[in-house]
Design a protein around this ligand. Sequence first.
Ligand code: CMC
Length: 426
Amino acid sequence: MTESITITDNRTGESVEIPILNGGVDSGGWAKLLGNVWFSDDAFSHTAIGESSITQIVGAEGILRYRGYPIEQLALRSTYLEVAYLLLFGELPTPDQFDGWRDEITHHTYIHENFRKRFMESFRYDAHPMGVLVSSLAALSTYYPEAKDIEDPEVRMRQIVRLIAKVPTMAAAAHRFSIGMPFVYPDNDLDFTSNFLSMMFRVAEPRYHCHPAVRRALEILFILHADHSQNCSTTTARVVGSAHADPYSVVAAACAALYGPRHGGANEAVLAMLRDIGSYENVDPFIADVKAGKCRLMGFGHRVYKNYDPRARIIKEAADEVFQLAGRSPLLDIALKLEEVALADEYFISRRLYPNVDFYSGLIYEALKFPTNMFTVLFAIPRTAGWLAHWSEMLERSSRISRPRQLYVGHPERDYVPMAERTPSA
Ligand code: CMC
């Protein structure tokens, strides 16, 4: 038997029965009965933007899967490039497919000299690397005008490869510029993650060698951040993409959404919060301020997870190995104490607020020697694959432009008043 809901218009007594499919009801059924009554859903809390086969989250149970594969298995056994392939193509690659994919990405890591020197290095000396990345992504569209041809699958795939390959190069370039260090060219003999670390940290040595534990920790962080269904930035990507903007503009828009402290910017905000709290003794007064509504406990809470964010659990485990290598951060004790106090407090329990991915990620990034202003950039690098997977899926499945309605609550019609006759409004 098909499950369904019935809606009755009490003004007319007419009803419509709408089947429940994949946990949702088609708004077309509602529209048939209630053509001019809009479904009001501030912040899209109860709206599904469409169907997707990429990432599944079961918030109540703390489950996250990419294309059906549990995030725990991918974090343990996969690599970021393999996960990017999985997100984009739907299946894990065979050895030949992976070799071809790695080759493609590796041979698109360079960015145009003129683009880096004249555009990226024209920012103020202390420019935030996220601001530089957002602008650079948008500017890149001017270097690849063919990208406007979004109907051609081959052209689309070429831009996807370019974006995944070039975002780490641009990210590292933004960092080097901000600290006054010369740019380090990509080293195509290195794997994706080692190459990024080399572009970030290499100084005068002929080849940058990173500790395998450092490389692996970053790889895990990249895997965990690669996609997360319809979060704010991915929805932005789909909405901008629905207007048939080119993929560079799409990813720039998504990246701008990620920059916000309620989204990807939270990892940077967590570190600032931990530094402000400063010591173990200040945890209780800080929690009291949060409960009094004076501030938020950054890195806590999630629209979808009403349980421990599985990514936070994996990061917490990975952190141990990094801290053994780099030494334990005094901020970790503050974070652990905050978690302990919050998870036992009625305010957080009743609202089902748990640590999210950003609560511990900043501490690992810090231990890996990344400056705080690079934390959100480190989120954007792997999320590029997720944004592009959703963009491709959206173009293949839907041809309509995103265009929600609004409930107008402004003035009714009124006549224009000449300036001299106006009285100041409150
Ligand atoms: N600290 C204190 N109270 C909170 C927090 C928090 N971090 N998050 C939610 N609440 C309270 C909120 O005040 C509200 O209480 P009340 O019902 O009394 O008004 C209730 O919990 C529900 O909150 P909400 O704002 O309606 O929840 P939301 O689903 O709209 O927001 C969120 C989700 C992630 C924006 C929010 O939890 C938040 O601001 N967290 C801190 C920022 C953060 O860590 N963001 C990273 C999210 S995970 C990575 C990513 O997506 O980028």
